[in-house]
Write a protein that binds this ligand. Structure first.
Ligand SMILES: [Zn+2]
Length: 197
């Protein structure tokens, strides 16, 4: 009986370790939790400038943000309105076209604009597509949709290349589905409600 209890506890701990591992892999792949931010290189600064030149409307009533790059495997970007920062992942800045980068930046500027209007980040995330609508107004509807499609493509490509992850680490697969579904919803809303062009 003692041995049985021991085994149950062992399997329980093994299960917890497995879930924790899956969770951590998901963080590394999708959130880049453990990658440090650093200053962009010269060519990266140029690419950001070129992308902002593609904006059709200049973001108003917000401080000029500082741009930082985050290393790692993820395709992601973040806005920090308190520090007036936009953080772009290495893979986005290096692999996306200037136009797709413009769409990504349009979205992040959207977060900064909403924060300047005292909309809490929690609220911004509840209707994440509204941030894309602002992004579409700053760039264009087509640019915003293109950037989101590029994101969906990146995540789909990753899972085409790593099919086994779906079965070995279901938490990672769950996050992938959640992210892709969010982008699809956002694109539908931009298509419906975004401004002209
Ligand atoms: Zn966002």
């Amino acid at each position: 009986m003692a041995l049985f209890k021991h085994r149950v506890r062992f399997l329980y701990l093994l299960g917890l370790a497995y879930l924790f591992f899956s969770f951590q892999v998901s963080n590394i792949l999708f959130s880049c939790t453990y990658s440090r931010e650093r200053k962009p290189t010269g060519p990266q600064v140029q690419k950001i400038k070129q992308a902002i030149l593609l904006f059709t409307t200049k973001p108003k009533n917000i401080a000029e943000p500082v741009f930082l790059i985050k290393g790692g495997q993820c395709y992601n970007a973040w806005a920090d309105s308190n520090a007036s920062l936009i953080i772009i992942s290495q893979r986005i800045i290096d692999e996306f076209s200037t136009k797709d980068l413009a769409g990504i930046l349009g979205h992040e500027f959207g977060h900064l604009i909403l924060s300047s209007k005292q909309v809490p980040v929690r609220k911004q995330m509840q209707k994440h597509w509204e941030v894309d609508i602002i992004g579409a107004e700053l760039t264009s509807k087509q640019t915003m949709i293109g950037a989101n499609e590029r994101q969906i493509y990146s995540y789909n490509q990753f899972f085409k290349e790593h099919k086994m992850l779906k079965f070995t680490l279901p938490l990672v697969y769950r996050d992938y589905i959640r992210i892709v579904t969010d982008y699809e919803l956002r694109n539908n809303k931009v298509g419906e409600k975004g401004g002209l062009s």
